[in-house]
Design a binder for this molecule. Sequence first.
Ligand code: DGL
Length: 270
Amino acid sequence: MENRALQPIGIFDSGIGGLTVAHAIQRALPCERMIYFGDTAHLPYGDKSEAAIQAYSIKIADVLLKMNCKVIVIACNSASSAAYNLLREYVGKRAHIINVIDPMVSLVSQRFKNKRVGLIGTKRTVQSNVYAQKLEALDQGITLHQLATPLLVHMIEEGFFDNRISHDIIDQYLSDPSLQNIDALILACTHYPLIKAEISAYYHERVAVLDSSEAVATSLLNYLEEEHLRNTIPNPQHQFLVSDYTESFEASTRLFFGEVVHLEKHRLWE
Ligand code: DGL
């Protein structure tokens, strides 16, 4: 095994929601060591400007590069839409960058040719129009209908899912005229896998509800295989860093990672 294979995978998000992606990566690649960075001091990214998200993303990439990551996964949709191109240029050959948008765009373009596809996400992700541009470039006759659903992040973080309040909010958003008669719905936000079952139930399972965490993990696996960079040493010791620590962030890791993980505070700016 090459030495580079032993280097960790960096994963970052605005907060702890990106642990849904880290969890999928752990399932697909149990021997990879993960260094997760949640920018809890600056969340939510979904309401921030593109320039602010780019500045935070560069700082986080510096931390992950210093920790010798071979790949950096941008687990956040808002950061993937605002900062992917810039980060790729900035990081260059030092690490491979994976975003959460391209694996989903390729899945949708293969499975939903000439169909109507809906998308829900943060304001930043929807305003960026990146999903629509990438789908258009592939020219598969897919029409994308997007709706910003900012309340959902707060609702989920407060533990409101699978109850009357979450049903009402989901109902209100999904009954928006822009999302009618769709064949599939892209969940373009780290947090939404937690309400995937509720959303599928809203559609009586008649609309394919797509979350990107597994597609991202598969794309990482394919890259590591192709480049002979898979780590095969079992029981990796992961690290979970946050730019601001609270007990409540730590308690919420259970929601997104399936178990409570210990968060270490790591300043972004000295
Ligand atoms: N992680 C963000 C995303 O996937 C959601 C939370 C936030 O707005 O920071 O877009």
